[in-house]
Ligand binder design. Structure first.
Ligand SMILES: NC(=O)c1ccc[n+]([C@@H]2O[C@H](COP(=O)([O-])OP(=O)(O)OC[C@H]3O[C@@H](n4cnc5c(N)ncnc54)[C@H](OP(=O)(O)O)[C@@H]3O)[C@@H](O)[C@H]2O)c1
Length: 277
């Protein structure tokens, strides 16, 4: 028995399975820890995590990290920018044969697809759109029968860029984040339990590499805390939202950068007290 299969065998397959995409760094990695740690500081129940990354190296590092930290589950390779029909469904069938039916799906992976339309190659436009919108939708579609049977749900990680884009932002990023937000209502009407978590600034590679240094101070000044969110803060919110049973909401978490229209019943501002019992 390899060390990897030993690691899986140590955990009970009846623990609910959560699929987290883009799990090798940033917010995704904090989500893996928030859901997968044997016991967190709140002594919450254990999940098994199917953590995705897009290179063999990243998968191997993630598997080592999960094993070292006692996180139940496994990392799996998936390239979310691949638009060919059948790719996502084949992956989904393969991993669920091995790991069982998921209860939760977090579409976290995101491609900033930086550049103006003219600067972006055709491949970057198709790849960014597929990563941020088409693959998340396909994952929801193929997981839906299991999520329904397990009374589970979906959280799509979106961006404030969809409502209030910064100057110079990629049309692919802004457009795809708006698209995933706007899919919330029709998906909920079709029986999915689904919400979009719309983030302002979070302290990850995406914030550091894609927001110009010249405008970072102005953004931080508008935030109550004066700093980007820590990934652990967002991961905590994501778990509370997913465990709350709420659906059909576009949930803004931006620490004072933006308020949705108060008369829109489907858009709310995240407040921890609304989600913790
Ligand atoms: N940070 C912020 O300020 C902020 C604000 C609003 C929304 N968000 C959203 O938060 C989510 C998490 O991003 P982050 O802030 O944690 O940034 P990050 O550290 O850059 O993580 C992005 C993740 O997405 C993965 N990814 C990108 N393209 C992919 C592809 N084609 N196939 C598979 N995986 C792919 C990356 O994999 P690699 O490591 O291999 O590139 C990485 O795991 C994203 O949806 C992002 O849009 C972030």
């Amino acid at each position: 028995m390899t060390s990897k299969s030993l690691h899986i065998a140590e955990h009970n397959q009846s623990e609910p399975l959560v699929i987290i995409s883009g799990a090798n760094c940033g917010l995704g990695l904090s989500l893996v820890r928030r859901f997968g740690r044997p016991r967190d500081q709140d002594n919450n129940a254990l999940y098994r995590v199917l953590a995705t990354a897009r290179t063999e190296d990243a998968v191997s590092r993630l598997n080592d990290l999960m094993q070292n930290e006692g996180i139940a589950g496994e990392a799996s390779l998936i390239e979310l920018d691949r638009p060919e029909p059948g790719y996502i469904s084949d992956w989904y069938e393969e991993v669920t044969v091995k790991h069982g039916e998921p209860t939760l799906l977090i579409n976290n992976a995101g491609d900033p697809a930086p550049g103006s339309l003219e600067e972006l190659t055709d491949e970057a436009i198709i790849g960014g759109t597929t990563t941020n919108f088409i693959s998340p939708l396909l994952l929801i579609k193929h997981a839906s029968r299991h999520l329904r049977r397990n009374n589970g749900g979906v959280l799509n990680i979106s961006s404030l860029a969809a409502s209030a884009p910064l100057p110079g932002m990629s049309p692919v990023y802004v457009g795809t984040k708006a698209a995933i937000n706007m899919s919330t209502t029709p998906l909920a009407e079709q029986g999915y339990r689904v919400n979009s978590l719309v983030l302002g600034a979070v302290d990850t590679r995406m914030w550091h590499d894609n927001v110009p240094d010249s405008i970072k101070p102005a953004i931080q000044e508008q935030m109550r805390s004066g700093r980007p969110y820590l990934t652990e803060e967002v991961a905590r919110a994501a778990r509370l939202i997913l465990e709350s049973g709420i659906t059909r909401k576009i949930i803004h978490m931006n620490d004072g950068l933006y308020d949705p229209a108060p008369d829109d019943p489907f858009q709310i501002t995240y407040k921890e007290q609304d989600f913790s019992s």
